[in-house]
Design a protein around this ligand. Structure first.
Ligand code: PMP
Length: 360
């Protein structure tokens, strides 16, 4: 039985990675131990961490960036960065600009207000976040401009990023589209993400931070909340989330096996287009996001009424298409098709979408 998991996260991981983990779970690297039994300061785990950092840096092409960056691994997923970023970067009275594209940025704004003078310079709240707003009023004196590259809930995604003003930089929450496409890191001072969509299991967050910005982060913060402390400890200030990092290391190999980020991006765009084309053709489906803001990761749509939505979900489940219920703030359906969601799953789902449209 093949199940297609459209869940928004935790989400589908590459089958080959899961099989590799299964094969070596009881005996990692001929040690006679499972990787989850090993000291986080031992040589095997040290090697995994270093390899994983190196591969992330490679996929982000950090070697060719204008600035030097550090890759950090942390507990707590993405949400810790909602407060850690402003806590580390803003001093009393400092300003920061935020773009509000839905629940994830709303949460970040709320946390950031504890630490600085936060201005929401653009928002798509007027249309229940179904588009990425134009950014016109950048503050001249903001320390940074914060955005969420892909809004998982509403299915919207930036296709170009705003330019920060001179002396400022971007902070991006890339939780739901990290390493799904090529981006220019140069404008970003900090990129962060929870692992549980494109990288691996939950419980792990990664941060890619410009070294010169990290050096200027505030001192005297609680250690676990300090980018500086985590960086100085090589991401092992305390017992790091070994298992998620170990899985992520293999997911990085899988990206290479696919042909790298460019190839992954091409496949992602192809998968998304297959679904959006049907939504545009069949009147029973109404895509939620405006065309120019559509996400290649989370495809949101509604059906004419709740009965039809329930019917769709039931029939989808009978066909092993799972996790399609939309978030409660949007309703309808959401198909999350992250990097490792297989093309053949999208093809089968498209057939199902067409059949359902015909019958209804
Ligand atoms: N940002 C985005 C864009 C998300 O989609 C999510 C989770 N779905 C989060 C942040 C929060 O992530 P976490 O649960 O890892 O804190």
């Amino acid at each position: 039985m093949t199940v297609y998991n459209f869940s928004a996260g935790p989400a589908t991981l590459p089958k080959s990675v899961l099989q590799k983990i299964q094969n070596e779970f009881l005996n990692y690297d001929n040690t006679g131990m499972s990787v989850i039994e090993m000291s986080h300061r031992g040589k095997q785990v040290d090697h995994i961490l270093n390899e994983c950092k190196r591969k992330i840096a490679y996929h982000f092409d950090l070697a060719n960036a204008k600035y030097e960056y550090d890759v950090l691994f942390m507990h707590g997923g993405a949400s810790v960065h909602f407060f850690m970023a402003p806590m580390n970067l803003l001093n009393d009275g400092d300003k920061a600009d935020y773009v509000d594209t839905g629940i994830w940025t709303k949460k970040s704004i709320k946390e950031a207000k504890r630490f600085g003078d936060i201005q929401v310079i653009a928002s798509s709240e007027d249309k229940n976040y179904n588009y990425i707003p134009k950014i016109e009023n950048l503050s001249r004196d903001a320390k940074y401009l914060y955005l969420c590259s892909n809004n998982t809930i509403f299915g919207t995604q930036y296709h170009t990023f705003p330019k920060p003003v001179e002396g400022s930089f971007l902070i991006g929450d890339f939780s739901s589209d990290i390493l799904s496409r090529k981006i220019d890191v140069n404008d970003f001072g900090l990129i962060f993400a929870g692992a549980q969509k494109n990288l691996g299991p939950s419980g792990l967050g990664i941060a890619i931070i410009r070294k010169d910005i990290l050096e200027k982060c505030k001192d005297d913060l609680p250690s676990m909340c300090s980018y500086k402390v985590i960086q100085k400890a090589d991401s092992v200030f305390n017992t790091c989330p070994v298992f998620p990092i170990y899985v992520m290391n293999y997911v990085m190999d899988w990206i290479s096996e696919c042909g790298g980020i460019e190839k992954v991006e091409e496949i992602n765009n192809k998968k998304a287009k297959m679904i959006y084309d049907i939504l545009d053709e069949q009147s029973v489906y109404t895509p939620v996001a405006e065309k120019e803001s559509r996400s290649a990761m989370n495809i949101t749509l509604t059906l004419p009424n709740d009965e039809m939505t329930t019917k769709f979900l039931k029939e989808a489940e009978e066909n092993y298409f799972l996790g399609l219920k939309g978030h409660r703030s949007v309703g309808g359906l959401r198909a999350s098709i992250y990097n490792s969601f297989p093309v053949e799953g999208v093809e089968k789902f498209c057939k199902f979408l067409k059949k359902f449209a015909k019958e209804n």
